[in-house]
Design a protein around this ligand. Structure first.
Ligand code: SF4
Ligand code: SF4
Length: 127
């Protein structure tokens, strides 16, 4: 089965991708604060939302799985993935593909079959 990069799966999941501790540690080790800043980490004593980009590695070892991508300014859950990039009228790419979360790497949407998610099935999945 060949993915046609329609972006449906990423748009359907929207912000609800659960990064696991291993993802957080990898991003830390890779210096990917641009990714970690979309992971909420509570608030500081003034009430300002903190992000995982501000945490030390030892803190990240105890953190997660996280609920999903969050807005760095407000700490609230986003309704989309900040890393989904539109590459054409109906073509979408992952802008963090080499280091995307394990859940994105391990989910083969085309194997679900159209029955599992009804009318929202991956267009190249078998009936
Ligand atoms: S819904 Fe299917 S074809 Fe579309 S991007 Fe996802 S895996 Fe690829
Ligand atoms: S991280 Fe990449 S693969 Fe995962 S939902 Fe976002 S755009 Fe899709």
């Amino acid at each position: 089965m060949q993915c046609i990069q329609c972006g449906w799966c990423c748009r359907q999941y929207r912000g609800y991708h659960w990064a696991k501790p291993a993802d957080l540690l990898r991003w830390h080790d890779e210096g990917r604060k641009d990714i970690l800043r979309y992971v909420a980490a509570g608030r500081d004593t003034t009430g300002r939302p903190r992000t995982a980009a501000e945490l030390e590695r030892a803190d990240l070892e105890r953190y997660g799985p996280v609920e999903g991508w969050t807005d760095p300014a407000t700490g609230t859950l986003r309704e989309d993935c900040p890393f989904l990039m539109q590459a054409g009228p109906s073509r979408y790419l992952c802008s963090i593909h080499p280091t995307k979360p394990a859940v994105c790497r391990e989910t083969n949407t085309w194997e679900w079959g159209s029955g599992r998610y009804g009318p929202w099935g991956c267009p190249v999945s078998p009936p």
